[in-house]
Design a protein around this ligand. Structure first.
Ligand code: ITT
Length: 198
């Protein structure tokens, strides 16, 4: 069985792929459908954007499609960058520039006020079905120096609660046991087969 993931983000694709492979599913991503248009994320919430991606692609491909809309919410920045996480530093998606901007914005913010969380909303859409929606978050804080080479996005600056290393210092399989994406996917895993076959 194959699941199509409506993402062009290689980091996400890799995390989903290893999680679905473990459950015995094949995975295709937007890279396998180069002819498909980029879906504009014009929503004002994670859920709206994930719905846009999943439902648009499910309508075109006429098959079940999972989309992830996720981001980093920083308390001292009143929840920013949030849904703007991928393009925090400019129109072009650029992880290094986003991390630099985040550090700059938090220059004056003391350690005890650097709380943040990663948020993930997953929408599973299929033709003629009401979409399935699940969400989860992963609490932590923002470091002063980026550390680690694993993962993607803001991982080098995110110290998960209860740890003293960054998310980019976790191995892929370690991150996949505890991340916002892993927690959301766990919630989905209990429901999606019944939903799809029902
Ligand atoms: P798709 O829309 O094609 O899936 P995207 O990267 O544009 O890819 P989003 O709009 O959901 O995806 O933006 C998510 C951004 O939030 C992502 O680019 C990272 O900057 C950040 N992010 C989300 N999950 C993350 C994680 O597990 N680790 C680090 N950063 C993450």
């Amino acid at each position: 069985q194959t699941v199509v993931i409506a993402t062009g983000n290689l980091g996400k694709a890799q995390e989903f792929t290893s999680m679905f492979h473990k459950a015995g599913y094949k995975v295709k991503t937007m890279k396998d459908f180069p002819e498909l248009p980029d879906v504009a994320e014009t929503g004002s919430t994670f859920e709206e954007n994930a719905r846009l991606k999943a439902e648009t692609i499910a309508n075109i491909l006429q098959c079940p499609v999972l989309a992830d809309d996720s981001g980093l919410q920083v308390e001292a920045l009143h929840g920013m960058p949030g849904i703007y996480s991928a393009r925090f530093a400019g129109e072009q998606k650029n992880d290094a520039a986003n991390n630099a901007k985040l550090l700059y914005e938090l220059t004056e913010v003391p350690d005890e006020q650097r709380r943040a969380q990663f948020h993930c909303t997953l929408v599973f859409a299929a033709p003629k079905k009401e979409s399935l929606v699940v969400e989860a978050s992963w609490p932590g804080r923002i470091a002063r120096i980026p550390q680690g080479d694993n993962g993607f996005g803001y991982d080098p600056l995110f110290i998960p609660q209860g740890m003293d290393i960054s998310a980019a210092q976790l191995s892929e399989s370690e991150k996949n046991q505890v991340s916002h994406r892993a927690l959301a996917l766990n919630k989905l895993q209990n429901q999606w087969q019944a939903w799809l076959e029902g």
